[in-house]
Write a protein that binds this ligand. Structure first.
Ligand SMILES: C[S@@+](CC[C@H](N)C(=O)[O-])C[C@H]1O[C@@H](n2cnc3c(N)ncnc32)[C@H](O)[C@@H]1O
Length: 286
């Protein structure tokens, strides 16, 4: 007898508590990527997403994270806010957003940029200026901003730190792109995880977006150093996504030079970065 195609029976799943997906119509979610290799051909440049901040991520990353791991009305915390990509996505998807950015002038511009985006779900998007690696000074501001939203915790954390010294974001000594060593960078990143952890609900997700770097002829697996910082705080790694970086500005129009250098120097050219998904353990789970 010919075999009939297998169609999984929709059922309540483990992730039903962290998103709004209705698995009775799972075939309709063709906007959601479920593979571990993300090839995103084009940056979303619609609305307030100008894509002009050097070092930003494509809006599709926070979009994917929020679709899978948040519900409408949840709060998303971004501790390296930059140009506010994630908070613009919050407005579109009906999630409240709270972001912390170190650079004062950028924080101001980002506030204005986010205001250019429509707010059809009437969510709150708050931009704080501060050092996310300083729990003592920054935690009270986050707590206060949450209180103003009528909340006390967040349901998704997005962390897109500098990739150590690859892009120097400022001259400030608290800027993670100015750490002297990889060890120092990893430790300071760990402090940001500690800050985030104070506010993230148990069972919810922390998403880390990071690439690796070369230093003195050596591939430094920055992503894995940062991963350790999250794991050692009791999180479970749920997915390690490899995302392509085809459109990387720094290397655009320089393909031949880089190819020559790679052949001569015995190395490979970075074409990927990581999007790592960690789940905070549910209470009672050791
Ligand atoms: C990779 S960018 C994030 C870009 C952002 N995802 C976007 O789409 O625009 C990292 C950001 O972290 C900021 N930063 C560096 N050190 C920081 C710290 N200690 N606390 C808060 N922000 C920091 C930098 O100024 C930079 O804007």
């Amino acid at each position: 007898m010919p075999k009939r195609p297998v169609t999984p029976k929709p059922k309540r799943t483990k992730t039903a508590d962290v998103n709004d997906l209705d698995l009775t119509c799972w075939r309709e979610y063709d906007d959601i990527i479920t593979d571990s290799l993300w090839q995103i051909p084009e940056r979303d440049r619609s609305g307030a997403h100008a894509g002009d901040y050097h070092g930003n991520f494509v809006p599709q990353i926070p979009y994917q994270a929020m679709r899978r791991y948040t519900k409408q009305g949840d709060v998303v915390l971004d501790t390296f806010l930059g140009s506010g990509t994630s908070l613009i996505e919050c407005r579109r998807l009906g999630r409240h957003g709270l972001g912390v950015e170190l650079k004062r002038e950028l924080a101001k511009q980002t506030r204005q940029r986010i205001e250019q985006e429509a707010n059809p779900h009437d969510v709150t998007t708050t931009v704080l200026q501060g050092d996310s690696a300083n729990v003592e000074t920054t935690a009270p501001h986050i707590a206060e901003a949450l209180r103003a939203m009528g909340k006390s915790s967040v349901q998704l954390a997005l962390l897109h730190p500098p990739y150590h010294s690859i892009i120097k974001f400022s001259d400030g000594k608290h800027d993670l792109s100015n750490c002297d060593t990889v060890e120092d960078f990893a430790e300071r990143f760990g402090q940001v995880v500690a800050l985030t952890d104070r506010f993230l609900d148990a069972g919810r997700f922390l998403v880390l977006v990071i690439g690796d770097m070369y230093e003195a002829g050596e591939w430094i697996p920055l992503g894995f150093h940062c991963m350790q910082q999250v794991l050692q705080r009791g999180y479970t790694l749920k997915s390690l996504v490899v995302k392509d970086m085809q459109g990387n500005r720094a290397k655009r129009n320089l393909e031949n030079i880089w190819r020559y250098r790679a052949l001569a120097g015995g190395f490979y050219i970075f074409k990927h970065e990581y999007v790592m998904f960690f789940q905070k353990k549910s209470r009672g789970k050791s």
